[in-house]
Design a protein around this ligand. Structure first.
Ligand code: PLP
Length: 406
C-alpha cells in the first residue's frame, strides 16, 4: 500500500515535458475557441444553400482567405484535405495520373530523405513500373546535392518533389534554388514542351520558414493542421492556378472537383486561425525556440560520445537530432517517457524493425550512431525552464543505459 501511495504520488506530481512537437502539437487555446461554434451551434453543411449552410461556407471561405494570404496566393489555389499525407498523394498521384491519361511516358524525382507520405508513393509507382523514378542524394547534413539533382532532370521529367524541412533531422532544403532549376527547365522546354512541376512538402516548415509560393517557385505545397497547433484530420494543398491534376477520389463538387467529401468545417476554421497566428507571431516564436535550442545544445554537448545530426545553421530552430554512442534511441525514449518526458527516436525501431532511419543512412551516418539517435522537437508551449529538468533526466538515463550496454 505504501509503495502504491509513493507510485501515485510520483505519478500525480511528476513533471511532464513535451518535446515531440514535430510529431504533433497541442491545439492552441485560441484555435480551439475559434473552432468551438462550428462543433456546436453552427453545424450547417457548407454545400447547403440555406442559411445554416451559408454560415458554414462563410467560415470556410474566411479560413481559405487567411491561408491564401499566408502563402501569397489566391483563395482558389487552396484545396482542403484530411492531412498532409493526402495533400502529398494528391499532388504526386494527381500529376502522374494526369500524364498517364494522355499516354505519356514520364519521369519523376524526389529526395532520398522524404517523409513516407512522399517516399512510399514514389516507391509504389516505381514498383508498378508505370513511371520512371529517381531519388536525389543528400550530403552529410541532410541537404540536397544540387548538381546531382540537376543532372537527374530529363526531357520527360514532370515532377520534382522536395520537402522544405526534414522531419527527423530538421535540415532545410534550398527550395528557392530548386524552384529556379525547375523554372529554367520549364523555360528551356518552351510552350510546346512537357510541363514540369515542383511539389514542396512544407509540413515541418510552416511554423518557422518563409512560405511565399512565388518566391519558392512551388507549384504544389502541402501542409497539415496538427503540426501547427490546429487539430488532427485537416490539411491543405496549394495548387498553382492553371495546373491540371486528376483527383484521387470521385463523388462530389467540393474543392473545385479535386477533393470530394463534406468539408470538416470546424477543423478548417481551426486551420485558418492557426495560420493567422503564425503570421502574427512567427518572429517571436522563432526567437524563443532558438533560445531553448541553444541552451539544450550547450548542455547536451557536455555529455561524452555524442554527435549532433545535421548542421544547426541549416536546420529548423525547433529541432535537434542527436546520437548517443552505446545507448539505444528507443531505450532512451522509453525511459524518458517513464520520467514524464516525450521525445522521439530517429530510428525505425518504433515500427518493430531494427533498420536504422532511412534519413540518417542517406546522410552517411553509421548504424552504431544512428541506433542511438533521438529527436527533440520544440514548440510554442515549451519554455527555457524545462531545459534543466530535461537535461538532468537525459544525463541520468544515458549513463544508466551505457552502464548496462554490453
Ligand atoms: N510530411 C512530413 C515532413 C511530416 O513530418 C509528416 C508528419 O509527420 C507528414 C508529411 C504527414 O502529415 P500528416 O500526419 O498530416 O499526414
Amino acid at each position: 500500500m505504501r509503495n502504491l501511495c509513493v507510485c501515485l504520488h510520483t505519478y500525480v506530481y511528476m513533471k511532464k515535458i513535451y518535446f515531440d512537437n514535430s510529431a504533433t502539437t497541442k491545439i492552441d487555446p485560441r484555435v480551439f475557441k475559434a473552432m468551438t461554434p462550428y462543433l456546436k451551434d453552427e453545424y450547417g453543411n457548407p454545400g447547403s444553400i440555406h442559411s445554416f449552410g451559408q454560415t458554414a461556407l462563410a467560415a470556410v471561405d474566411e479560413a481559405r482567405e487567411k491561408i491564401a494570404k499566408f502563402f501569397s496566393c489566391s483563395n482558389q489555389e487552396i484545396i482542403f484535405t484530411g492531412c498532409a499525407t493526402e495533400s502529398n498523394n494528391l499532388a504526386i498521384l494527381g500529376t502522374v495520373n494526369y500524364f498517364l491519361e494522355q499516354n505519356k511516358k514520364v519521369h519523376i524525382i524526389t529526395l532520398a530523405i522524404e517523409h513516407p507520405s512522399v517516399l512510399e508513393v514514389f516507391k509504389a509507382l516505381k514498383k508498378k513500373g508505370q513511371v520512371e523514378v529517381d531519388f536525389a542524394p543528400v550530403d552529410a547534413n541532410g541537404i540536397v546535392k544540387l548538381e546531382p539533382l540537376k543532372n537527374l532532370i530529363k526531357e520527360n521529367t514532370v515532377l520534382v518533389s522536395i520537402m522544405y524541412a526534414n522531419n527527423e533531422v530538421g535540415s532545410i532544403q534550398p527550395i528557392e534554388q530548386i524552384g529556379e532549376i525547375v523554372k529554367k527547365e520549364r523555360v528551356k522546354r518552351g510552350e510546346k514542351g512537357l510541363a514540369i512541376r515542383f511539389h514542396v512538402d512544407a509540413v515541418q516548415a510552416i511554423n518557422c520558414l518563409d512560405c511565399n509560393v512565388d518566391k519558392l517557385g512551388a507549384d504544389f505545397l502541402g501542409f497539415s493542421g496538427h503540426k501547427i497547433y490546429a487539430p488532427k484530420g485537416v490539411g491543405a494543398l496549394y495548387i498553382r492556378r492553371g495546373i491540371k491534376i486528376e483527383p484521387l477520389c470521385y463523388g462530389g463538387h467540393y474543392e473545385y472537383n479535386l477533393r470530394p467529401g463534406t468539408l470538416n468545417v470546424a477543423a478548417i476554421v481551426g486551420l485558418g486561425k492557426a495560420i493567422e497566428l503564425i503570421g502574427e507571431e512567427k518572429e517571436a516564436d522563432i526567437e524563443k525556440l532558438k533560445k531553448i535550442k541553444n541552451k539544450l545544445i550547450a548542455e547536451i554537448s557536455k555529455i561524452d560520445n555524442i554527435r549532433f545530426n545535421g548542421n544547426a545553421d541549416q536546420q529548423l530552430p525547433s529541432l535537434i537530432n542527436v546520437s548517443f554512442y552505446k545507448a539505444e534511441g528507443e531505450s532512451i525514449l522509453m525511459t524518458l517517457d517513464m520520467l514524464g518526458i516525450a521525445i522521439s527516436t530517429g530510428s525505425a525501431c518504433s515500427s518493430g524493425s531494427l533498420e536504422p532511419s532511412h534519413v540518417l543512412t542517406a546522410m552517411g551516418i553509421k548504424p552504431e550512431w544512428s541506433h542511438g539517435s533521438i529527436r527533440i522537437s520544440l514548440g510554442r508551449f515549451n519554455s527555457e525552464d524545462e531545459v534543466e529538468y530535461f537535461i538532468s533526466k537525459l544525463k541520468f538515463v544515458v549513463s544508466k543505459l551505457r552502464a548496462m550496454a554490453p
